[in-house]
Design a protein around this ligand. Structure first.
Ligand SMILES: Cc1cc2nc3c(=O)[nH]c(=O)nc-3n(C[C@H](O)[C@H](O)[C@H](O)COP(=O)(O)OP(=O)(O)OC[C@H]3O[C@@H](n4cnc5c(N)ncnc54)[C@H](O)[C@@H]3O)c2cc1C
Length: 398
């Protein structure tokens, strides 16, 4: 057994599925295979493996990049001035500005986009028009495939590369590229965790005919930024399915941590100081922290993690409305900057039921995501004008 196999055997939750080992193997001995929950893990072909140790050296868990945690990253609220792009981005549309700058300099941008089956994998783009494929968060784990090898080839050819991905993917790429990374810009984000591609596949199969789908957005802002919709456009006649985060069962399961990857519950990468150059996020709580940066259409949070990140930020900042923030206050409503998500207590039972495959999948999702009677009663009370005050008075809080 080689080191990565031992690591997974000892604690499966240590493998974040970043594909660093897969990209490292010179003998094609590693394949990434989906497990029963739908997450990919490396499988090593003992006949091909020569025990060279490259996979171990490039694993961001076995060989982490240690960054002191004593610096407070400069923190900004930011809004891209291009309203159309902001509307079509998850938060304030800042990813687009960083990516455009790299493209302008003749560089290439890697990020997560849909594949032909409406699942998600990393892919590269060379023009501003193509950035449309990468914009907007996709709430399932992206397959990195051979992106790390491609990034290295572009860097060797002297090109700038911007790679956007989860904190584990970015840490893995930094480790993979090693010292020759002057032209590499890594943009990660505050990550709540990545859902299982298998659960997405099952959900989507019941929502729409894949062949008819034209567009999917996990963060449609037609209602508002905070009350985002999972919207699926399909067919020729502009048909459109949409449900918001309070009613869409897939979004509910994601937000309730029902089917995140096991490694997301003990994440090695949710830290204040990261090996990325820029960390992006939604500025939840902006109404309270910085009301002049709030208009209900999406505000980004930006954390500068390196000098390269600072330089890129300075290059694009005239195209955005920017306001400096206090780091500690800015992350008050976004704990995933520094802590892992806690698994739903129903996670194990849910996956057991999924594997049994007995019930209608939507009924199963509903059964596992519906709020408890107590939570329903609370929601009901909140909807009746004056009842919150009344309940507080009864509890002696006023
Ligand atoms: C799974 C997931 C969980 C997240 N959790 C949080 C959170 O808890 N708190 C928070 O503030 N923000 C979270 N975000 C980030 C947030 O939703 C926005 O992506 C971020 O604020 C950037 O917004 P933007 O408007 O600048 O760019 P956008 O245009 O939205 O750009 C998104 C970028 O993220 C990349 N991306 C999209 N989906 C994936 C994916 N599945 N895997 C890897 N990369 C991807 C794209 O390539 C693109 O570069 C999460 C994102 C994802 C994908």
């Amino acid at each position: 057994m080689i080191a990565i196999e031992k690591m997974i055997a000892a604690n499966r939750a240590d493998c974040c599925g970043c594909y660093a080992c897969y990209n490292s193997c010179p003998f094609d001995a590693i394949t990434m295979e989906e497990d029963a929950e739908g997450f990919r893990y490396p499988r090593v072909d003992a006949d091909r493996c020569r025990n060279c140790g490259k996979c171990e050296r490039n694993c961001p868990v076995l060989n982490p990049i240690v960054k002191e945690q004593d610096q407070t990253p400069p923190t900004y609220a930011a809004i891209n001035k291009d309203e159309a792009i902001r509307k079509d981005s998850s938060s304030g549309g800042m990813f687009q500005l960083f990516a455009e700058q790299i493209l302008k300099e003749g560089g290439i941008v890697f990020g997560a986009g849909f594949d032909a089956d409406w699942e998600v994998c990393h892919q590269s783009v060379e023009t501003v028009a193509e950035l449309d494929r990468l914009r907007v968060s996709k709430y399932l784990q992206s397959r990195v495939e051979t992106s790390f090898q491609q990034v290295t080839e572009h860097l060797r050819a002297g090109r700038k590369v911007l790679f956007a991905g989860t904190p584990c993917q970015c840490a893995a790429l930094r480790r993979f590229v090693g010292k020759n990374d002057e032209n590499l810009i890594l943009v990660d984000f505050i990550c709540h965790g990545v859902p299982s591609p298998k659960i997405w596949r099952k959900y989507l199969a019941l929502r729409a005919n894949k062949k008819e789908i034209r567009r999917i957005s996990f963060r449609n802002k037609n209602l508002s930024w905070e009350r985002f919709l999972l919207a699926i456009s399909y067919g020729n006649a502009n048909k459109y399915l949409a449900a918001d985060l309070n009613t869409d069962l897939y979004l509910q399961g994601f937000l309730q941590n029902l089917y995140l990857r096991p490694s997301c519950h003990s994440c090695h990468f949710c830290k204040k100081n990261r090996p990325s150059d820029i960390t992006l996020a939604d500025f939840w709580g902006v109404q309270e922290e910085s009301p002049s940066m709030y208009d209900g259409k999406g505000t980004s949070l930006i954390f500068i993690q390196s000098t390269k990140g600072r330089n890129l930020f300075n290059q694009v900042k005239d195209h955005a409305k920017i306001m400096e923030q206090d780091f500690e206050r800015a992350i008050l409503h976004n704990p995933s900057m520094i802590t892992s998500s806690t698994p739903s207590p129903k996670r194990t039972a849910f996956f057991q039921d999924v594997q049994r495959d007995e019930k209608d999948f939507m009924k199963l999702l509903y059964a596992y995501t519906k709020p408890s009677l107590k939570a329903q009663a609370k929601q009901f009370i909140r909807k009746i004008p004056g009842t919150v005050a009344l309940v507080h008075m009864i509890k002696g809080k006023q």
